[in-house]
Design a protein around this ligand. Structure first.
Ligand code: CUA
Length: 290
């Protein structure tokens, strides 16, 4: 009797553990969006975002030590200089040594922090021989995208608008205020360049998982690079107050395998087969380089 009870208990445990693992994987690998009550970062999908998270953790370590030291110093001072503990007040007004110490130490800490910080900053700035260029254009209040790399013989290229899906039109499982009608399709494991601009006012193209937040300025072309390490759907939002519907112009990037991306491009440009083979050769060459 006992044995069967134990077995049942074991089976239940195993069931719960597997369910937990299953949902964890589901949560973290397929959809990258902000969760309710989330207090930390979304999972990174680019080396840049990994770097940002690593730097954040490093800084939090330094910050904890500084915070603890300062609080300890304050409490000790408050206790030792309490008027009941010091009936005759001290006449000391300054101490050169301690002042040098508490001026030089923070500057040394800042200089140490600057090293990984600048390394990250310059790596974000780096554009590594991109194989794909995407142009994102901000409008009041939607995004439009252009893939000017590709066109068929008739000159048909890829460009489309991307609007948010309204509450009434949401399908089951779609994310409110985040889903769009036309997603940005991009290949994973490929160096991508994004050119960002706007037609009317300032917008900002931002996707947390990809570590990107770039202003879209009218009359100006901004550039960022990204290398998406895994397939998935990445959600972002306009991040520059741009008017009444600022909160209703989300960004969705779907990263897929290069092979599928080539097929998608071929379908979009309605290109003939011989051109498709050219695409394959081109992309293979470029991924080799990468
Ligand atoms: Cu576009 Cu805010």
């Amino acid at each position: 009797m006992r044995k069967t009870q134990q077995q049942a208990l074991q089976t239940t445990y195993i069931f719960f553990i597997y369910t937990y693992i299953y949902f964890t994987i589901c949560n973290f690998s397929f959809l990258d969006y902000a969760h309710q009550w989330q207090i930390s970062f979304q999972d990174p999908a680019t080396p840049i975002m990994e770097g940002i998270i690593a730097l954040h953790h490093d800084l939090m370590f330094v910050l904890s030590i500084i915070g603890a030291s300062v609080i300890w110093l304050l409490l000790r001072t408050a206790y030792l200089f309490y008027h009941k503990n010091n009936l005759i007040p001290s006449t000391i007004s300054h101490g050169t040594t301690i002042e040098i110490v508490w001026t030089v130490t923070p500057s040394i800490i800042l200089m140490v922090i600057a090293i990984p910080s600048f390394a990250l900053l310059y790596s974000i700035d780096e554009i590594i021989d991109p194989a794909v260029t995407l142009k994102a254009i901000g409008h009041q209040w939607y995004w439009s995208y252009e893939y000017s790399d590709y066109s068929n013989i008739e000159g048909k290229s890829i460009n489309f608008d991307s609007y948010m899906i309204n509450d009434d039109d949401l399908q089951k499982g779609q994310l409110r205020l985040l889903e769009v009608d036309n997603r940005v399709i991009l290949p994973s494991n490929t160096h991508i360049r994004v050119l960002i601009t706007a037609t009317d006012v300032l917008h900002s193209w931002a996707i947390p998982s990809l570590g990107i937040k770039m202003d879209a300025c009218p009359g100006r072309l901004n550039q960022v690079s990204m290398f998406i390490k895994r397939n998935g759907v990445f959600y972002g939002q306009c991040s520059e107050i741009c008017g009444i519907q600022h909160g209703f112009m989300p960004i969705v990037v779907e990263a897929i395998l290069v092979e599928n991306y080539i097929k998608w491009v071929a379908v979009q440009t309605e290109c003939k087969n011989w051109l498709l083979s050219k695409f394959v050769v081109l992309v293979e060459k470029q991924t080799e380089l990468a």
